[in-house]
Ligand binder design. Structure first.
Ligand code: FAS
Ligand code: PHB
Length: 390
């Protein structure tokens, strides 16, 4: 088989790139390790930056998003017994975010791809990348016991943190940057009406909590937990009790409890692989970087990577040469590191750290005092939250 672009991974990054390429007449094939149902069953992000919304519009996958997505003009930060509204629209001169689950984004992109003729291989095993630094880049994999070879011009590694693409880079050619956190997020999804109209990020002496939602009838909540915690130790009642102790009283009294339809613990890490391009291999999304979800940047960074990757691939195929591919890594990493900084900062100011010294606790308090006391400080927060320009 031959295609122009071999995409590894059918998550939001791979599917979005596939749609943009197909829409531009560039042949592409997606190779995905999991089943289609497994990919569609993932519950992850929930907040879309304006840049991602624009890309989904460009990909022709925005109809349901505009029908069901919730436009949010702000959110709240609660700090134990005080709270402040971050008026995104006012502080950014009109920008907002859209609350629409990653699960729905994936479903919309998958449905659009399946309406066209672009090929996707699910349940692919032994996926391996070859000669991406040479003259004949290609991917090999097995499906239903049959071995396949896919020759291509470009390989887009959109296979997430645990994928094969980043691991395929020669160790000498890559530099990894990482910060681990001594806590995770226990998330719960329930078909109950949200407690609030907007998101509430709650800093609390018991630990961080986040009040979020997916729709007027579906709520998404998170509580900070120790990395040693196991989800089986958290029955729904224990979750609801802990959540209500970590949010302001008026929010707690509006929490409607109900049976969880999903409950899981996500470990938090900050991670970047440099470079994001090696020969004809481009790393996109979680394959190249991870952010703690506090700043709602993970999914949105995958989107900006795809914006840059799509432009680089188009220019390369228009005979702009390898320079177009080199630009990709530089452009993507500039925005990645700004989102890494913001996500690290939001995480640092809102969570309890076991290993914090007295000095660090005072710094955290000063950060909160500054946000509560400075509209310019809130404007800087808002500018990052809605998404820095591509
Ligand atoms: P993905 O991981 O989504 O997709 C990669 C795809 O590649 C997967 O389908 C995988 O099966 C496939 N793959 C892996 N190895 C392969 C191989 N060898 N061969 C072929 N295919 C392979 N972000 C937020 O903004 N907010 C959140 O609240 C949030 N919560 C999260 C919770 C969890 C548990 C996780 C893991 C992530 C969360 N994220 C969140 C970040 C998340 O949304 C990612 O940023 C987003 O999924 C990135 O999309 P992709 O880069 O497409 O990677
Ligand atoms: C979510 O609704 O899943 C969500 C929202 C905002 C975040 C993280 C997760 O910062």
């Amino acid at each position: 088989m031959r295609t122009k672009v071999a995409i590894i991974g059918s998550g939001p990054a791979g599917l979005l790139l596939g749609q943009l390429l197909t829409g531009s007449g560039v042949d592409n094939v997606i190779v995905e390790r999991q089943t289609r149902e497994h990919v569609l069953g993932r519950i992850r992000a929930g907040v879309l930056e304006k840049g991602m919304v624009s890309l989904l519009e460009r990909a022709g996958c925005d109809a349901r998003l505009h029908k069901e997505g919730l436009i949010h003009e702000g959110f709240e930060i609660a700090d134990n017994d005080r709270r402040i509204h971050i008026d995104l629209k006012k502080l950014t001169g009109g920008d907002t975010v859209t609350v629409y689950g990653q699960t729905e984004v994936t479903a919309d992109l998958m449905a659009a791809r399946e309406q066209g003729s672009a090929q996707t291989f699910y349940s692919a095993s032994d996926v391996a990348l070859h000669d991406f630094d040479g003259a004949s880049p290609h991917v090999t994999f097995t499906v239903d016991g049959q071995a396949h070879r896919l020759d291509c011009d470009i390989i887009a590694g959109c296979d997430g943190y645990h994928g094969v693409s980043r691991q395929s880079l020669p160790e000498r050619s890559r530099t990894l940057y990482e910060r681990l956190y001594d806590f995770g997020w226990l998330g719960l999804l329930a078909d109950v009406p949200p407690a609030t109209q907007e998101l509430v990020y709650s800093r609390n002496e018991r630990g961080f909590a986040l009040v979020s939602m997916r729709s007027p009838t579906r709520s998404r909540y998170y509580v900070q937990v120790d990395t040693s915690e196991k989800v089986e130790n958290w029955g729904d009642d224990r979750f609801w009790d802990e959540l209500r102790q970590r949010v302001p009283a008026d929010v707690a009294e509006h929490v409607t409890t109900g049976p969880s339809i999903e409950k899981s613990i996500a470990q938090l890490r900050s991670f970047v692989c440099e470079p994001m391009r090696f020969g004809r291999l481009l790393l996109c999304g979680d394959a190249a970087h991870i952010v703690p979800p506090t700043g709602a940047k993970g999914l949105n960074l995958a989107a900006s990577d795809i914006h840059y990757a799509f432009e680089a691939i188009r220019d390369f195929l228009d005979n702009a040469g390898d320079g177009a591919l080199a630009d990709y890594s530089v452009r993507a990493l500039t925005r990645v590191w700004k989102a890494e900084r913001f996500s690290w900062w939001m995480t640092s100011v809102l969570h309890n750290f076991k290993d914090h010294s007295g000095f660090e606790r005072r710094l955290q308090q000063a950060e909160m005092d500054y946000i509560f006391g400075s509209e310019r400080g809130r404007a800087a927060l808002a500018e990052n939250y809605v998404g820095l320009p591509y």
